[in-house]
Design a protein around this ligand. Sequence first.
Ligand code: GDP
Ligand code: MG
Ligand code: ZN
Length: 307
Amino acid sequence: MEGRVIKSTGSWYVVKCDQKYISARLKGKFKQSELKLTNPIAVGDWVTLDLEQNQETAVISDIHPRENYVIRKSTRKQHFSHIIASNLDQAILVITMKNPRTSMGFIDRFLVSTESFRIPAILVVNKTDLLDGPKAEEWLQDIHEIYEPLGYQVLEVSALQEDDLHEKFQTLLQDKSTLIAGHSGVGKSTLLNKLVPDAEQSTKEISSFSDKGVHTTTFAELFSLSYGGDLIDTPGIKEFGILDVEDVELSHYFPEMRNYLGQCKYNNCQHLHEPGCVVREKVEAGYIHPYRYHSYLNILNEEDSHR
Ligand SMILES: Nc1nc2c(ncn2[C@@H]2O[C@H](COP(=O)(O)OP(=O)(O)O)[C@@H](O)[C@H]2O)c(=O)[nH]1
Ligand SMILES: [Mg+2]
Ligand SMILES: [Zn+2]
C-alpha cells in the first residue's frame, strides 16, 4: 500500500491511503540519507506500508524520494536537523501588522529559506480588519511595493471576518500542497479552519487512536482540501533555520540581486564594501529596496555569529 504521511507524533504516523487514515510506525532501523535527521519520516512524505495482522495498524517499509522539504536545525541535538514537511508545491507566510507584528526581517528570512528550498512563496496579510490610519496604510503599501515586484504574490484577508475564504483561495490552493507558516497568533488556525471546515474535527478523531497523550501542537499536520490539494499547518515554528547557506550564496536567494551577481568585480563579492560591487550600486540607485539590503546584511551577520 502507498500513502502520504499527514501527521507525526514521534513514534506513530498517521498515513492517508486513498480516503482512509491508518496508524503506522517504523520497524527497525531505517536507511537514512546523508542528512542527520531527528525525524526519519516527515509530514508530506509518500511511503509504502504493510498492514499488520490486526488490519488496523501498519508498518512503514519504504519512503519515496522527497521532491523537496523544509528543514530546521534541531533544538535538542547539535548538528541534527528536523524536517518540518516535504513534497510541497508552495508556502504561505501569514503576516500581520499588529497583534503580533511581523517584521520585514522575519519575512525576508522566511523568503530566503523558501528560495533555498526552491519552494514558491506567497504572503497573506491577515487581520486587515485591524488596519486603519496612515501608518497601517503605509505598512501595507510597503509590503505590496517591496514584495510583488520580486514575484511574491501578496493577498489581504481577514480570516476572522471573511466567510468566503474557501472560494477566495481556490485558484491558489487547488490540487497543490501548501505549507502555512507564520508567527504564533497571526491567525493560521483561524484561516485553516475556514479553508478546511472539518479540520478541528478530523484532528481530534485521528488523535484519539494514535496520540496516547503526546503533545501534538508542535508537529506539522496535513489537511485535505475539498477541491483537491492540501494544507500543511506548522504550529510552533518560530522560523526556519537557514541551513547550509554560505555567505557567497546568500544573494542567490534574493531574487532582485540574482540578475547582477555575475557583474561584481570580484566573483566572491559579498556585496558589503568591496570595490566594483554592482549590488551596492543598485541599492544606491534605488533598484534594490534598502529594507531588503538591510535584511541581507542582517542575515549575513547572524549566520556568521552561528559559526
Ligand atoms: N481581528 C482579527 N483577529 C484575528 C483574525 N484572525 C485571527 N484572529 C485572532 O487572532 C488570535 C490568534 O489566532 P490563531 O488562529 O490561533 O493564530 P495561530 O497561532 O497563527 O494559529 C485569535 O484570537 C483569533 O481569533 C483576523 O482576521 N482579525
Ligand atoms: Mg494555531
Ligand atoms: Zn557585490
